[in-house]
Design a protein. Structure first.
Lengths: 138, 138
DNA sequence: GCTTATTCCTATAATTCCGATAGGATTTAT
DNA sequence: ATAAATCCTATCGGAATTATAGGAATAAGC
């Protein structure tokens, strides 16, 4: 499962993709996200370079890149960490599992890597611009 | 990410698949799993019908079904819940997301379902008997 | 300039989950 | 009897998750 935060983040970004610039208050209301929590999430998304902001009256948030250039995988990695089911199955952020005796002979890693590749193929091919499209998995 | 518990569970079950009956102490030692924690995990696996146990001296655990009939998906669902990335993307345990306005028009559900199907295809085709094999995804 | 609407910053809090440990009761083979 | 194992109940620290509170800083419009 991804976190509530990740679901909020995706929905907020898609809102921006569909409606253009918007304030936190607007997004929070339309997407049914707690306003104060959304503030924290948008700050994080800004740090990761997904959005830019303008302060003051009539300020708000804007996508920093075209919606067609931001994938679900990008967002989920930023908000929830690796897509993989175990640290040792991540290709973008490999880490040894704490208790692992020997990575090479680990009995479960192979399958977890296959699962991560399958998920990544879908999520890397799904973009904010058209999240309902069937991902073209190649 | 799956939980530590799930990784322990998979490794413990694969140990049984490979070496036949074994006690908690034996599995814990060979698989580098905390003994007391493994006790709790095996109890849970028994409740779910993956293993049977014998008490007393020379007791221990046995797979309740052939290793080739227990998939990674079976085990992970028992120890970690649905494979899906969101409650509303699960096919085996669908739940509405708490904050969801309308399931039908949810902007992220489509992709999450596609991701869940991709993962499930792999994990349902990977078995304790041969976890290193490439899953035959059909 | 004042007001208002906004982002930004820091701090805190409640709850839950995770990973584990402790101690002993019960069962069974030898 | 003894030893080796599962079973049972209880507890626990720490981390993560999901927020909320309160106000400072900024900018637009009148």
């Amino acid at each position: 499962m991804i976190s509530q935060k990740s679901r909020y983040a995706l929905r907020a970004l898609i809102h921006l993709a569909r409606h253009g610039d918007a304030s936190i208050a607007t997004i929070a209301e339309h997407e049914n996200i707690p306003r104060k929590y959304l503030e924290a999430i948008m700050a994080e998304l800004k740090l990761h370079g997904f959005v830019t902001s303008r302060r003051g009256k009539s300020g708000g948030y804007t996508l920093a890149r075209p919606a067609s250039a931001i994938s679900f995988a990008d967002v989920l990695r930023a908000t929830d960490g690796p897509l993989a089911l175990a640290p040792c199955a991540s290709r973008t952020a490999y880490r040894r599992c704490e208790d692992c005796v020997d990575v090479e002979t680990c009995s479960i890693r192979h399958a977890l890597i296959a699962a991560r590749d399958a998920t990544a193929a879908v999520l890397e091919a799904t973009f904010l611009s058209d999240p309902e499209a069937d991902a073209e998995v190649t």
